[in-house]
Design a protein around this ligand. Sequence first.
Ligand SMILES: Nc1ncnc2c1ncn2[C@@H]1O[C@H](COP(=O)(O)OP(=O)(O)OP(=O)(O)O)[C@@H](O)[C@H]1O
Ligand SMILES: [Mg+2]
Length: 300
Amino acid sequence: MVIETFNLTKQYAGQGGCRDVTITVAPGQVFGFLGPNGAGKSTLVKTLVGLLHPTSGKALVLGKSLGSRESRSKIGFLPEQFRYHEWLSGRELLAFHGQLYQMEPKEIRLRIPEVLEVVGLRGAEDKKVGSYSKGMQQRIGIACALMNKPRLIFLDEPTSALDPLGRREVRKIIQNLKEQGTTVFLNSHLLSEVEMVCDHVAIINKGKIVTSGMLNELLGKKLQVRLEVAGLTPALLEELSKLGTVKERQENILWIDVDSKEKLPLLTRRIIEGGGQLYALQSQQHSLEDLFIKIVEEER
Ligand SMILES: Nc1ncnc2c1ncn2[C@@H]1O[C@H](COP(=O)(O)OP(=O)(O)OP(=O)(O)O)[C@@H](O)[C@H]1O
Ligand SMILES: [Mg+2]
């Protein structure tokens, strides 16, 4: 396993932070770590990269205990709300990070153009970081985290400052990293994005993990179906409600949740047999957003 935690707890003066976190992240996984503001996401990441000392519990990162030099040299980290040295140029900042990773000068020189290319900042490397736009700063942050060709990279909200195009580029970067076998630990609020790139997700709320699993399994086979039906009599409605849970009805529009796609042909048959006229049937899987809101609201 790339990350294994056992009841890992980090509290600030006895409160906040994260509690009893037990998770495993397998090699090559893109692991989405979700939770509302203040849930404990950044605390866990900072603890895993060795910036915070755990209050209790244990964890192994790349097979080593937290904060070990050996594992840190193979980890990349993009912190949230980072502020880099504004007076340095992009190139100088990258070189500085290369030095922190104890890379050889030649290796640093060769790596800089590569990471600039990956994050789409070629041509901006000699401008001062202080003059970069928010999105450019986020990109240079990702570039810094990639300098050492990490085996495991932590990205704490890597797209919060990016425009839709930039977000798509970061998705591509994550997909490329995955193809190269890098494990990605992604903290994010952008659920649609997480849905697109992650294969495993965990949700944290008020410091505790409330759900964890493969994305497909968590979202399940349930479908939300929207029907447009004329001639919806009470008898027909009753027949349809035997096939799923009727969520809402507005005149000819009916929303019904069914537990598998096998129910779709049955729905159409019942409508026709019941004398209704079917104008439209649209079905979609429950989204991660539905799951997230359900879990977080239940906890309230
Ligand atoms: N340095 C600190 N001192 C005291 N409390 C802290 C500190 N950092 C975080 N906390 C508290 O710990 C809890 C978790 O914070 P954390 O930053 O880990 O949340 P998060 O999930 O990353 O939130 P966000 O989505 O807003 O980034 C919060 O209640 C926060 O107030
Ligand atoms: Mg955070």
